[in-house]
Design a protein around this ligand. Structure first.
Ligand SMILES: C[S@@+](CC[C@H](N)C(=O)[O-])C[C@H]1O[C@@H](n2cnc3c(N)ncnc32)[C@H](O)[C@@H]1O
Length: 384
């Protein structure tokens, strides 16, 4: 099936299943919405008739929907921790003539509960997420279920293969294709010991003790990130900060401490990761119980948040999207922050010194002050 909405921005994936026009989210004309591992997996599925006569297919961690769109004629459930990935899947289904609900997807961190006949896995950036997913898969696989994973060879290590071996059963890898590999797994039903370690937690002390819960995909899961710690030391405090946003909240530490230091404030926590928002919600409720309400949103930057409605936005910006590095999401976050801040409202960020956010903020806001700096990080402030 070719792209019915064949827009220039889309690039064409040509595989045995057909030709599909696909776009990344956010769009980046330099990058395509699939990698060689997707092509390898789709070629393998066709050559081995992997899905023929099979009922339910589960896809994990499809980056921008390339696998699900190419296989959309099957009964698919596509699970991803990323709201951006799911939005890309919906857009790409539409662009290729399918209804958006052609493929079932998750809207929380919950895994599907019904048995599956085939599982296709893209190796995620976070190994802990893979580990968690493999444990969850045990309950869904029957003796004849097939599991095939795919990734770029540079992202497949002996620790990756070890996870498959110890959690599911005997594992083999294929030859390489354009620097990607497949991992073929046989489920050994006698391997059942152990269970997922996630969510796990660490202790944080900022004027009082907090237990910080982290689901499997979280940024800086086992200890506070040193950039976040630096920002905690320079947290704005004052009555003017009554509506605070923790954008790209991860486990919510920035918003949590901002709430504690600004007792009259209301908080909005936003992240594109379902597991991040679930962690932030748990951490906030553990700290403040029902005494303080807050809002938690899985969303793309601040899409859907009213303009000029907030007093303070806190950001420790991401520099990765899945396996690729870039600052386009940070830039979008800054633009959205400017839009939702009231006149006189404040954006406070922490960033690696070498990332030159100062110039960007100055261009966008017309001002930018360095609040603090150490060997690695700077804390910057821009006023709307
Ligand atoms: C560097 S981490 C910071 C996490 C947390 N604020 C901290 O300081 O520990 C960046 C966060 O941005 C989130 N993120 C990435 N892209 C996003 C987007 N488009 N919209 C919202 N959040 C996003 C990531 O999921 C991640 O949790």
């Amino acid at each position: 099936m070719t792209g019915l909405l064949s827009i220039d921005e889309h690039k064409l994936l040509v595989v045995p299943q057909g030709e599909f026009s696909l776009k990344r989210n956010p769009h980046d004309e330099r990058l395509q919405a699939w990698d060689a591992a997707d092509e390898f997996l789709l070629n393998h599925a066709d050559e081995t008739r992997l899905l023929s006569g099979r009922g339910r297919v589960l896809i994990l961690n499809d980056a921008f929907g390339a696998l699900a769109v190419a296989l959309a004629s099957h009964r698919l459930y596509s699970w991803s921790d990323s709201f951006l990935a799911q939005k890309a899947l919906r857009d790409n289904l539409l662009a290729n003539g399918y209804p958006v609900d052609q493929v079932r997807t998750n809207s929380t961190i919950e895994f599907p509960t019904t048995a599956v006949d085939s599982v296709l896995i893209k190796i995620p950036k976070t190994l802990a997420l893979l580990e968690h997913q493999l444990y969850a898969l045990r309950a869904l696989l029957h003796h004849d279920s097939r599991v095939v994973a795919a990734g770029m060879a540079r992202n497949i290590h002996s620790s990756t293969l070890n996870l498959f071996e110890t959690i599911l059963g005997p594992t083999a890898t294929t030859r390489a294709f354009k620097k990607s590999r497949l991992i073929l797994v046989e489920r050994d039903q006698s391997i059942n010991e152990g269970q997922s370690r996630f969510p796990d937690s660490y202790e944080l002390h900022v004027e009082r003790d907090y237990r910080i819960v982290n689901h499997a995909s979280l940024f800086s899961r086992d200890r506070l990130d040193s950039g976040s710690r630096f920002l905690l030391e320079h947290m704005p405090v004052g009555e003017q900060y009554s509506r605070i946003v923790d954008l790209g909240c991860g486990n919510g530490v920035l918003g949590l401490i901002a709430a504690a230091l600004n007792p009259g404030s209301t908080l909005l926590f936003c992240d594109e990761s379902y597991m991040a928002v679930a962690s932030a919600r748990e951490n906030y409720h553990n700290a403040f119980a029902i005494r303080r309400e807050a809002e938690f949103r899985v969303c793309d930057c601040l899409q859907g948040i009213d303009s000029e409605s907030r007093d303070l936005v806190l950001i420790n910006p991401p520099f990765h999207q899945q396996h690729s590095i870039g600052d386009n999401i940070a830039w979008q976050m800054f633009k959205d922050a400017r839009r939702v801040l009231r006149k006189g409202g404040e954006l406070r960020i922490v960033g690696n010194r070498h990332l030159a956010y100062h110039a960007r903020l100055k261009k966008l806001f017309g001002n930018c002050t360095t609040i603090a700096a150490n060997k690695k990080f700077v804390i910057l402030d821009a006023i709307r």
